[in-house]
Design a protein around this ligand. Structure first.
Ligand SMILES: *[C@@H]1O[C@H](CO)[C@@H](O)[C@H](O)[C@H]1NC(C)=O
Ligand SMILES: *[C@@H]1O[C@H](CO)[C@@H](O)[C@H](O)[C@H]1NC(C)=O
Ligand SMILES: *[C@@H]1O[C@H](CO)[C@@H](O)[C@H](O)[C@H]1NC(C)=O
Ligand SMILES: *[C@@H]1O[C@H](CO)[C@@H](O)[C@H](O)[C@H]1NC(C)=O
Length: 491
């Protein structure tokens, strides 16, 4: 290889390394693991990488997820659930152990690129009342002390993901923003602490919830393409609630002397089921608007530098609490198994790529027996039983399966149970004779009757179906790279 050619090669590597080839702005998302059948962690990490996500947020130190993220090139924000706040606040030693076991260990032994520890999850949410007011700040301080003790003070930053309800505006305009009066002083103490430690503030913003909570909320204003009902705030005109909400926070920070405080958007997204406003069309519209801003590096009127934005979420979680609403289990850009819900334009001609190599249970469904009667006295109890152990949130009003007739409705519930129970023998015998197995997919229209992911929990090994081919993409890329060098060098 000639000297000129080596130079070219060097330059190529340099460009590739700077990310200039793959498009400079990476995406970030939340990876929740509250599923009865979590998509295998190595498949999720591949899914993240293939779709250009270079930052991920976890809600807890899930060992399979962390191990799979080792040496992946993906930066990790690692969450600590709220139930840990009290013990963390009460004991520095507890924090030292937590950091040792859940941070240091994964950095040194597995090569996980942990950049942030997120202490608690929306601990000051109004609906929690005062439950975590006393413990959050001391827990944050103890984790910070533990990180310093572990020699990770520079590398790993602390933060507290807060719901946007920690600030408000009395004037109704973003410029009137300030922190909620009941937690104002606490917020200032926490922000000062974060600022002193070069750490960011993390805020979750949910335009969907604005719409969900207020039937009179102008739908258009929830999306980035909104144009109706703009809000005029001095010289600024806001056409979407995301910018207005974010700038309300920026105003609050400015008012309290933290105008250059770095801010991360920890969660933002749109669900596809479980509510009339939660559907594929709205979710695609919202997330496309969001992704386009991120890729364009767009800030808001009050803050030109764009924040890191973690989309919520990557995949659906069928075991999440539905206290906030049925939509909670449907925030994924992808379904539970990594298949596509809708397409997104990711710039440079790229679009979403579904998960590969997922193993499924056999292609069979449990449905209401054709010979069973709708007036069978055991039917209602059987449906209730099925739905108490599996996810029936798609059956609700305005949801994807909300239009089913009573018979198909029962079938949906029976199948949800059967799949969640790994198609086990006896899991399709409601009241002995109300249900039967079928090989014909009962899905209709938008209503999907799923087949569960095979986690090896069933009794008889079914025929393995491999969705999608194995990836030869790495080899392909290498070949392309070599061909390029050949062309360059022979020129
Ligand atoms: C689902 O969540 C509940 C409550 O958090 C938990 O007790 C249960 O073990 C979970 N089930 C599965 C299969 O993960
Ligand atoms: C590490 O984190 C997990 C999940 O958050 C938790 O169950 C475990 O107790 C933690 N380890 C320590 C030593 O606190
Ligand atoms: C189902 O079984 C019950 C008793 O378990 C019986 O009374 C009923 O007639 C059976 N129905 C059918 C359709 O076989
Ligand atoms: C379908 O099942 C759900 C869940 O059990 C129930 O709330 C709903 O009323 C049922 N709808 C019909 C048409 O039977």
């Amino acid at each position: 290889m000639g000297y000129r050619c080596m130079l070219w090669l060097f330059l190529l590597c340099l460009i590739a390394d700077q990310g200039l080839i793959k498009g400079a702005n990476g995406l970030a998302c939340n990876w929740g693991t509250r599923s009865t059948h979590p998509l295998p962690a190595n498949i999720v990490v591949k899914l993240l990488k293939e779709n250009g996500f270079d930052k991920v947020k976890l809600f807890e130190a899930d060992p399979p997820a962390l191990k799979a993220l080792g040496n992946s090139g993906i930066q990790v924000m690692l969450g600590i659930p709220n139930e840990f706040l009290a013990p963390l606040a009460g004991s520095v030693q507890f924090a030292v152990n937590w950091v040792q076991q859940n941070v240091s260990n994964y950095i040194s032994r597995y090569g996980v690129d942990i950049r942030h520890v997120a202490v608690g999850n929306e601990p000051f949410l109004k609906t929690y009342k005062d439950k975590f007011l006393q413990t959050t700040f001391p827990a944050l301080q103890n984790i910070q002390a533990a990180l310093i003790k572990a020699g990770l003070g520079r590398q790993v930053k602390v933060t507290v993901p807060l719901n946007a309800d920690v600030y408000q505006t009395d004037s109704g305009l973003p410029s009137g923003g300030n922190f909620r009066s009941d937690i104002h002083d606490l917020m200032i103490s926490i922000i000062k602490f974060l600022s002193d430690n070069n750490s960011p503030l993390t805020i979750n913003i949910y335009p969907f919830l604005s719409l969900y909570a207020d039937p009179n909320f102008p739908v258009d204003y929830a999306f980035f393409s909104g144009s109706a009902a703009p809000i005029v705030d001095g010289s600024i005109t806001y056409t979407n609630v995301f910018e207005a909400n974010f700038d309300t926070l920026i105003s609050a920070l400015e008012k309290n002397g933290f105008s250059s405080m770095p801010v991360i958007v920890g969660e933002v997204g749109w669900p596809t089921d479980g509510d009339p406003h939660a559907n594929v069309e709205y979710a695609r519209r919202f997330n496309q608007g969001l992704v386009s801003r991120i890729l364009a590096g767009q800030g808001t009127p009050r803050r030109q530098t764009p924040p890191d934005v973690y989309i919520f979420g990557l995949i659906d979680e069928d075991n999440k609490s539905i206290d906030p609403g049925n939509f909670e289990r449907h925030w994924g850009i992808f379904y539970y198994d990594g298949t596509l819900k809708y397409q997104l334009n990711l710039g440079n001609g790229k679009s979403l790529i579904p998960a590969k190599g997922v193993r499924y249970l056999q292609r069979q469904w449990c449905v209401m027996s054709p010979s069973a009667s709708l007036s069978d006295p055991n039917l209602a109890n059987s449906i209730n039983y099925a739905c108490s152990y599996s996810d029936c949130t798609s059956l609700g009003y305005g949801s994807t399966c909300g239009q089913l007739d009573a018979r198909n409705n029962a079938s949906y519930a029976f199948n949800a149970y059967y799949q969640t129970m790994d198609q086990r023998r006896g899991a399709c015998s409601f009241s002995n004779n109300l249900s039967v197995l079928t090989n014909v997919d009962p899905s209709q229209g938008t209503c999907r009757f799923g087949i569960m992911i095979d986690l090896g929990k069933h009794e008889t090994p079914p025929k393995r179906s491999l969705a999608g081919r194995n990836q030869n993409s790495v080899l392909g890329l290498m070949a392309l790279f070599l061909a390029l060098i050949f062309i360059v060098c022979s020129a």
